[in-house]
Design a protein around this ligand. Structure first.
Ligand SMILES: O=C(O)CCC(=O)C(=O)O
Ligand SMILES: [Fe+2]
Length: 316
């Protein structure tokens, strides 16, 4: 494998009725290595139709091209655990994008745009596929970590905090190409699909590796909750998005999440049982997610004040 690309995993063995045990083992090994080394890989043959992904990107583009007053009609309501609806980063934010967030289909917090009319049903369809793919990847990661069968599934059984974001990155300017500042995601596992423009990069051994757009592929990255549970055996991938000159970029990110009432701490399998000290103190997930939402809605003026998972790290 060239060092300048991230591994691609073919998931078809998991959909093969006859049970392709060899194919499954191979996929699991590749994923285990990718998660331990840098927390990023791509998947193909995952069951989310390429046409549906393209349609979602196209419809989101139509939405983001509307004038601000139209988009602002679907501004988030209050009381939701996340700003579900349309938002744009404040001008002083280093992140130069606008986004439309949706929680699970049927959630009372969702504020969908009325136009384009098909956008809602297409996002809901994509959402259902990604929940299914999320559960599959969660069970594979459960296996990769050597946890008891269904451990993560039972721990993370409530899907009501999952969310999806349609993102629009503005074209770069002469002086500024930042789209999303380097970061790790706070949830369990993230899934991204993007248009052909490119700009997503992942850091490995101090180097930025571009995630070259490939139609039909979904980018998967391990996020903070898995990093904490595994006491850093699996890495929450550091990534960023650079903007292109003269071109907008559209993408979707799905956050396979955890319910806010869950307690998160390094599991005994990765601490006491193997004589390692925990690298994080425990926390209620809701508290961490609230701090992260604040990072976005009220970005601190000093970058060092942005809350990351290091907030809970135990100094050694
Ligand atoms: O747009 C992308 O490719 C990635 C988005 C992302 O990293 C995020 O929303 O956390
Ligand atoms: Fe991210």
């Amino acid at each position: 494998m060239a060092s300048s690309s991230i591994p691609t995993v073919d998931l078809s063995p998991f959909f093969n009725e006859e049970g392709d045990e060899h194919g499954r083992r191979k996929a699991i090994e590749t994923i285990a290595r990718a998660c331990a080394e840098y927390g990023f890989f791509q998947i193909m043959n995952h069951g989310l139709p390429t046409d549906l992904m393209n349609k979602a990107l196209q419809l989101s583009k139509t939405f983001f091209q509307y004038p601000p007053e139209e988009k602002l009609k679907s501004s988030p309501g209050s009381g939701a655990p996340l700003p579900a609806g349309y938002s744009k980063h404040p001008d002083h934010s280093p992140d130069k994008n606008e986004y439309l967030v949706a929680m699970p289909p049927g959630s009372s917090f969702n504020v969908y745009p009325e136009n384009p009319p098909e956008l809602r049903s297409v996002i809901e369809e994509v959402f259902s596929h990604l929940v299914r793919i999320g559960s599959l990847l969660e069970s594979i990661i459960n296996d990769c970590l050597g946890l008891p069968p269904n451990f993560l599934k039972e721990y993370n059984h409530d899907r009501s905090w999952d969310f999806i974001a349609a993102l629009h990155y503005f074209p770069a300017t002469e002086r500024d190409t930042n789209g999303i500042t380097e970061h790790e995601d706070g949830n369990c596992i993230t899934f991204v699909f993007q248009d052909e423009v490119g700009g997503l990069e992942v850091r490995k051994d101090g180097e930025w590796i571009p995630v070259v757009p490939a139609e039909g592929k979904i980018v998967v990255n391990i996020a903070d909750v898995i990093q904490v549970l595994s006491n850093k055996k699996f890495k929450s991938a550091t990534h960023r998005v650079l903007r292109s000159k003269g071109r907008s970029r559209y993408s979707f990110a799905f956050f396979y999440n955890l319910h806010g009432h869950k307690w998160v701490e390094p599991l005994s399998q990765f601490t006491t049982e193997i004589g390692e000290s925990p690298k994080y103190r425990g926390f209620l997930y809701k508290e961490y997610q609230q701090l992260r939402v604040r990072n976005k809605t009220h970005p601190p003026s000093r970058p060092e004040d942005v809350i990351h998972i290091t907030h809970y790290a135990i100094e050694t």
